[in-house]
Design a binder for this molecule. Structure first.
Ligand code: GAP
Length: 489
């Protein structure tokens, strides 16, 4: 990371904390690594992002329905899905610092360093060696690569490494009170399996016909070997996943459609398209016949925000075999029974939150010849802004607070609004800019006479005079979900 991008990333983290978006979990006990809490504004923003996703999936598509399955599931599910045996990361320990690393990430860091030093050929060769070793699950080769390229522990600076071992990422716990009779259960590492095991329940009770989709938002847990970059890689996080069931042989058509749809969805939030790119997987997961990531250009480089996978019939077939229950669909159009193929879209809500935050956080220089001035603004799309409008009486007296409270009482029935009477009006505008409130409504002495107020626009800082009676309609039109959703159809 260059100094500039490093500073920007630090700004994101400190701004998120200072204004009540994201806190380190258990902070007063010195924190819990890679676990975060969302504060009063962060939880509003997160809820709005969930609503945007849910509306775009479930509300806009007649053939997609949503569910909310339990985090705990029968342990055999994770055997069938391949997670018990195969959901591993290669890890390596440094014997001097006693620190644990992901072997592939140590090598990727080295590739980045070669790139930065202008050694592109060396970087490309190392990438190829890494891909080959990962594809072959060759742990000894990974260790050799680390040694051959003189990769040292960032803490101890030594090459005193252990062997590379596989580390399963699933958390487990016991279900049942008695230790003897207790059953080992897992905290789900993805929400997808809750959809697969409910495939028939939903298909039958919802009278769904292929192609159709099941969407779900929920927590997932992974015991990441190394967790870093704030809410980018967490041990407890949230996913928004769609499993779209299709007729075998049509999966690539749907895969391409969802690939396009999902990028459009991200861009509708207002980001610069140059900040996004597709990254095709070199190594396909055991269940996939095609896979692509949507990557975002974070301050620490392009990284995955969402994965789109053509998962074949792998999961349903496995559950059919392990549960001995038929996972088939009778397709009346071709008069055939088959196990459907699945195209999955899976976006991490926390990573999405970080992209939105990074996209929106702007430091603006407003200096004129007369005076130096600046402001920090979160330029969220109005539909996802945590607070839609702030109601600000110009002074704390002369009946202005009462008038402002009257406006607040009406608007709060439809929107999350804030009342603020403390400090000079300029300072209050800056406070609202910093939390991304798109509209400030100022009540002044004139308002008492003509029932008009001033709306100040966050991005342009322009002001307009409007009738109090029209406020609900004006704000409503500007923060409406329609503005976002119409871009998708
Ligand atoms: N069901 C498919 C699946 O889980 P994945 O690529 O492992 O695929 C999907 O995860 C998305 O979940 C990722 O694109 C990322 O946004 C998010 N994600 C995965 N691991 C994460 C972690 N440790 N912390 C935060 N988000 C994570």
């Amino acid at each position: 990371m260059s100094k500039q991008t490093d500073d920007f990333f630090k700004n994101i983290v400190s701004h998120a904390k200072e204004y009540g978006f994201v806190f380190q979990s258990s902070e007063i006990y010195d924190g819990l690594s890679a676990v975060y809490d969302y504060g009063q504004l962060g939880s509003e923003l997160k809820n709005n992002l969930k609503t945007y996703w849910w509306k775009s999936m479930v509300q806009l598509n007649e053939n997609i329905v949503g569910i909310d399955s339990a985090i705990f599931m029968h342990p055999t599910i994770w055997k069938a899905s391949g997670h018990v045996d195969g959901f591993n990361d290669p890890m390596i320990d440094n014997k001097d610092s006693k620190k644990r690393y992901r072997a592939d990430q140590l090598i990727e860091d080295k590739i980045d360093r070669y790139e930065k030093d202008g050694k592109s050929d060396k970087a490309a060769q190392l990438q190829q060696d890494l891909d080959d070793a990962l594809n072959a699950d060759d742990l000894a080769r990974l260790k050799n690569i680390i040694e051959d390229h003189n990769i040292v522990c960032p803490i101890s600076g030594t090459k005193n490494w252990t062997e590379v071992r596989q580390f399963n990422l699933m958390f487990d716990t016991q279900m049942g009170a008695m230790a003897d009779g207790a059953e080992k259960v897992y905290l789900r590492p993805e929400t997808a399996q809750g959809i697969f095991v409910n495939f028939l329940n939903v298909q039958k009770t919802g009278r769904m016909k292929i192609p159709f989709g099941i969407a779900q938002i929920g927590k997932a847990f992974r015991n990441e070997v190394i967790a870093r970059q704030f809410i980018m890689r967490m041990r407890e996080f949230e996913q928004m996943e769609l499993q779209f069931f299709v007729r075998p042989g049509t999966e690539m058509e749907w895969y391409n459609k969802w690939k396009e749809t999902r990028l459009k969805w991200h861009l509708a939030l207002g980001a610069d398209p140059a900040k996004y790119r597709y990254h095709d997987h070199a190594k396909l997961a055991h269940y996939a016949n095609a896979a692509v990531d949507i990557e975002y250009d974070f301050p620490f480089g392009f990284k995955e925000v969402e994965g789109i996978h053509s998962r074949t019939d792998f999961d349903l077939k496995q559950h059919q075999e392990f549960s001995k229950k038929k996972m088939q669909f009778f397709d009346p159009e071709i008069n055939q029974n088959y196990i459907p193929y699945v195209v999955e879209t899976s976006v991490g809500l926390d990573r999405l939150f970080l992209t939105v935050f990074a996209n929106s956080l702007v430091h603006e220089d407003l200096s004129t010849e007369e005076k130096q001035d600046s402001r920090v603004v979160l330029k969220f799309h109005p539909a996802i802004a945590p607070v839609k409008a702030a109601i600000l009486p110009l002074t704390k007296k002369d009946g202005l607070p009462e008038k402002a409270r009257e406006i607040m009482a009406k608007l709060k029935l439809d929107y999350n609004v804030q009342y603020d009477e403390k400090d000079a009006i300029g300072k209050r505008y800056r406070r609202q800019d910093a939390i991304g409130t798109p509209y400030c409504i100022t009540v002044d002495h004139q308002s008492l006479e003509d029932d008009m107020v001033t709306i100040r626009h966050r991005d342009s800082m322009e002001q307009e005079r409007v009738a109090i009676a029209d406020l609900g309609k004006i704000i409503g039109e500007r923060v409406s979900w329609t503005n976002l959703l119409t871009q998708l159809i």
